[in-house]
Design a protein around this ligand. Sequence first.
Ligand code: SER
Length: 596
Amino acid sequence: MTHQELRTLWTSFWEKKAHKLVSPAPLVLQNDPTTLFTSSGMQPLIPYLNGEAHPLGKKLYNIQLCFRAVDIDEVGNNRHTTFFEMMGNWSLGDYFKEEQLGWIWEFFTQELKLPKEKLYVSVFEGEGEVFADHESVKIWKKLGVADDHIHFYGSDKNWWSRSGPPNKMPVGEIGGPDSEVFYDFGEDLKIHENSPFKEKECHPNCDCGRFLEIGNSVFIQYKKSANGSLTELPQKNVDYGGGLERILAAVNNDPDIFKTDVFSSIIRIIEVETGISYDKSEKKAEMRVIADHMKAAVFMIVSGVIPSNKEQGYMLRRLLRRAAIKTRSVSGDLPVKLFISVGNAVLTIYDGYDGINKKEQETLVASVISNEMNKFSQSLDNGLKYFNKYEKVDEKIAFDLFQNFGFPFEVTQELVEEKGYSLDPTRFNEHYESHKNQSRTASAGTFKGGLADQSEQVLKYHTATHLLHQALRDVLGPSVRQEGSNITGERLRFDFFVDKKPDTDAFKKVEQIINEKIAEKLSVECKILPKKEAEKIGALYFFKEKYGDEVKVYFVGDYSKEFCGGPHVQNTGEIGSIKITKVKKIGSNLMRIYAQ
Ligand code: SER
């Protein structure tokens, strides 16, 4: 079966069941301060699972592009990827377990014709205030699932929320027990023979590779309350998700999802470009990582992400650099041509689907990939030389590799694992933090608070920066957050985050407000306040900075209040006037303003 055929079957199945297609969310999120990527189909539906009325009704379905960074270390086996398509259906307080499990069973056994004897199911065994899910067991049995194909597990396996089991759910998070379906590829599989589990008794969740989870019906009916207990939501919901790539593997009865048609042409190109056969080589895991990461990277690039050291851009950079390191390990080389061909293959597979237009995007994809790979290949050679100088690389050396050669931590971790040992991420972070503190102290004397010096002009620009910060929030909304500032006698520079694209006239308004506040000749005053009180009165602060218990807050009239070390002018009238000379985008949701 092809992925297009599977998508069509999913769509027509739910149309027949009177469900409405809800548009998938973008893979790369711009307006969600809690997360960078969509990682499940339910994410955009949270308000509706909580009880808000959905404009399309109570029965929904779709296929959602997802990215899960948490699975990055698992990629390399037969079934894990960071990027995947999730086929989902939802009941927003409409039907519940009986219909859901019946329909999913019907989809698997009648639409996809998966043999019943190859399907296993799991149910929640109960924990704390939530009882074992005997209701689902009864339904599965009624559908014809044999007793020994039904397995109970605890909240580590059969509970779903975005944050995991109940004890990890933050206040307000929703979730519930779930029931999964697994496909059995058979005991005699080589993958099972080779697995560390081969001496142990196998079961659907044993992770040996014999069983593949192909669908998860979550019964979202609880919310974490402030006292730590779970309270019932106003409605009982169903949230189902099944990975398209995994379901295809089950339909094709081949446990390797990299053999499905959403991967096979990518793997083929890696084989051609490296001259290594996927099936025969010991580098299968590396080839899978390259295929997965490059696919995720292409989807990020077409969504407008460019490699950088921040947020989505940093994830893209990590994916490309991890793919580069794996390619080096497969072929001994870093052929940029390989990455461009793989990028093209990804566009070919998905051409015309969910934001992909090969003809329009291939130049962009090729140039982003080749720029980043060329940049990295220079430091990679030098970094590997540095790496190879040491008999044993420790966390300090891993930090040097990060700092000087752009090796993300996990890249060094991959490299050392090949030599049979591993690094401690906490110790790596200690080096990282200590470096940050040192550079903060070192720059404090020369560039305190982003000021080049204490000259009259710099002080004027500094106060103007506070007016700018508040004016940006007035015009663009409270998502505006300072990311950095740099002030010289010539100009002020201010970097900030904003959750939406500003209108063309937004910065004119900002400039006008600043000049009005200058004309009002507002006095500038400083108070030392307990940090809690300063936060309570709504003083703005630079979120990357660590503050003590007592902080200095600068008030500009009653217009702006901000945590700040100073110094400033005494009255805004001294500033004269301010003109915004340049505004540019410096990253996703990040902008830089210059003013004089
Ligand atoms: N939310 C569940 C998951 O992501 C089912 O859709 O697995």
